[in-house]
Ligand binder design. Structure first.
Ligand code: HEC
Length: 367
C-alpha cells in the first residue's frame, strides 16, 4: 500500500514542519484571530464552537446537507489543509453544496486563522490522525487525487444518468492504489493515482463477497433508517413478523397498484410492508400530489389503499407538515439508487426492482 508505507515512514522520522505529538501547525495568535472571524462569518451556520449541526448526515426536505460540525466530530478531519482552504474560498457550490464562498471576504491568512480556530477544538486523537494522514504537503493527498479525477467523472456521470450526482466520500480498498469513490448513488474505483476510473462491481473472489454491493446495501439501510415507522405507511405482518419489506411507492404507478392488491398475502406470510413515498418525476410527477394527500390523512393506510385504487375523492388536501416526508422520500430514494417504482428493499438492504407476484416474492423474501 503505497500511501500506508509513506505514512509509516513519516511517523518514524522527525520531519521538519510536522507537528510533534502535542504541537499543532498553528499559533495561539492565529486561534484568537480565527475565533473573531469565525464568530463574524461562520457561527450562524456552524455554531459558536463549530459544533453545529450534530445531525449533519440528515438532509433537509430539499435534499441539502446541513452545515456539518467542524469541531472534529464530523468529517472535516478527512480533508487536508488545501481542501479545507478551498472549501472556505469557493464554498460548496462546485460540489453541489450550499455553503457560501468567502474568497471576497477573507484573504489567505484569515482563512488559515479560521481553520486554526476550529482545529483547536479537535481532540488530540483526531488531530493526530489528521496530521498522520496529511502531515506534510510533499505527500500527494488522497482527497486531491480523488477530486481532480472526479470532476470530469462527475460531469460524465451527470450526462449519462441525467441526475444531480453529488460527490461524496473516498475510501481505501484492500488493494494497492485502488480507491472507492461514492458518486451519488454509485460507486466508482480510481486507480493509477486517480488517472483511471473503473465503473463496475469489485468482487472479492477468495471470500465470495461483492464489495460494491455490500457498500450499496449499507447505504440503503442507512437511508431507510432515516425514517421511523411513524413517518411511513405500515402494513404490519399478521402474527409473528418474519421479515420487513421497505417499498418505495407511487400511487399512480400501475405495478405499485398491483403489488398493493397482494399486500394481504404478504402480511399473512409474516411480512411487514412499510411504504416510503417516491413520486416518480419528483414534484412534477403524476403521483406527487396524491402521495402528499395520503401522508396527510389521519388513516394513512386506508388512504393508501384508496389511492392505489384511484379512489381519490375523499383524500384530504396535501398541505400538512407530514407532506414534507414525500420530498424526503424522493431525495433519499435517489440517494440509495431508486430509479423507478416499486423498489423493494429487504432486511439485508438488497434491492428488488419492480413488481413480483406474491407467490414468487414471499419465498424470496423469507429465504
Ligand atoms: C450559510 C451557512 C454557512 C456559513 C455562513 C458557513 N458555512 Fe461552512 N458549510 C455550510 C454547509 C451547508 C456545508 C456543507 C457542504 C455544503 O452544503 O456546501 C458547509 C461545509 C463546510 C466545510 C466542509 C466540512 C466537511 O466536513 O467537509 C468547512 C470546512 C466549512 N463549511 C467551513 C466554514 C467556515 C470556516 C465558515 C466561515 C468562514 C463557514 N463554513 C460558513 C454552511 C455554511
Amino acid at each position: 500500500m503505497k500511501f500506508r508505507i509513506l505514512f509509516s515512514v513519516l511517523l518514524l522520522l522527525p520531519v521538519a514542519g510536522l507537528a510533534a505529538e502535542d504541537q499543532r501547525w498553528f499559533t495561539t495568535e492565529q486561534v484568537a484571530r480565527g475565533e473573531k472571524l469565525f464568530l463574524e462569518h461562520c457561527t450562524a451556520c456552524h455554531g459558536r464552537n463549530a459544533e453545529a449541526t450534530p445531525n449533519w448526515k440528515q438532509t433537509d426536505a430539499n435534499g441539502n446537507y446541513p452545515p456539518p460540525p467542524l469541531d472534529g466530530t464530523a468529517h472535516a478531519w478527512h480533508h487536508d489543509l488545501e481542501i479545507l482552504r478551498r472549501t472556505i474560498r469557493q464554498g460548496g457550490k462546485p460540489l453541489g453544496g450550499q455553503m457560501p464562498a468567502f474568497e471576497d471576504k477573507l484573504d489567505a491568512a484569515a482563512i488559515d486563522a479560521v481553520i486554526a480556530f476550529f482545529q483547536s477544538k479537535w481532540p488530540d486523537e483526531i488531530y493526530q490522525r489528521w496530521a498522520g494522514r496529511f502531515g506534510t504537503s510533499e505527500l500527494p493527498s488522497l482527497t486531491d487525487i480523488a477530486v481532480a479525477a472526479n470532476e470530469p467523472t462527475t460531469r460524465l456521470l451527470r450526462q449519462r444518468i441525467g441526475a444531480d450526482v453529488r460527490l461524496d466520500d473516498v475510501a481505501e480498498t484492500d488493494i494497492d492504489d485502488v480507491y472507492q469513490v461514492k458518486v451519488g448513488p454509485r460507486y466508482i474505483y480510481l486507480l493509477g493515482e486517480g488517472r483511471y476510473a473503473l465503473t463496475g462491481d469489485l468482487v472479492d473472489l477468495e471470500n465470495g463477497v461483492n464489495l460494491t454491493e455490500r457498500a450499496r446495501r449499507a447505504d440503503a439501510l442507512a437511508g431507510i433508517a432515516e425514517f421511523a415507522d411513524k413517518d411511513l405507511v405500515v402494513f404490519p405482518a399478521q402474527g409473528e413478523r418474519k421479515a420487513t419489506l421497505d417499498v418505495f411507492t407511487d400511487t399512480s404507478c400501475p405495478y405499485c397498484q398491483k403489488l398493493h392488491e397482494e399486500i394481504g398475502q404478504l402480511q399473512q406470510a409474516g411480512i411487514t410492508v412499510r411504504y416510503l413515498p417516491y413520486p416518480r418525476g419528483g414534484s412534477r410527477g403524476p403521483g406527487y400530489a396524491t402521495l402528499r394527500s395520503v401522508w396527510c390523512a389521519d388513516d394513512r393506510a386506508g388512504a393508501m389503499t384508496d389511492a392505489k385504487q384511484q379512489l381519490l375523492d375523499d383524500l384530504p388536501p396535501g398541505d400538512c407538515a407530514a407532506a414534507a416526508i414525500v420530498d424526503r422520500g424522493y431525495t433519499v430514494g435517489n440517494r440509495v439508487g431508486v430509479t423507478g417504482t416499486p423498489a423493494l428493499f429487504l432486511d439485508s438492504g438488497e434491492k428488488i426492482e419492480g413488481y413480483r407476484p406474491h407467490a414468487e416474492l414471499i419465498p424470496y423474501v423469507l429465504r
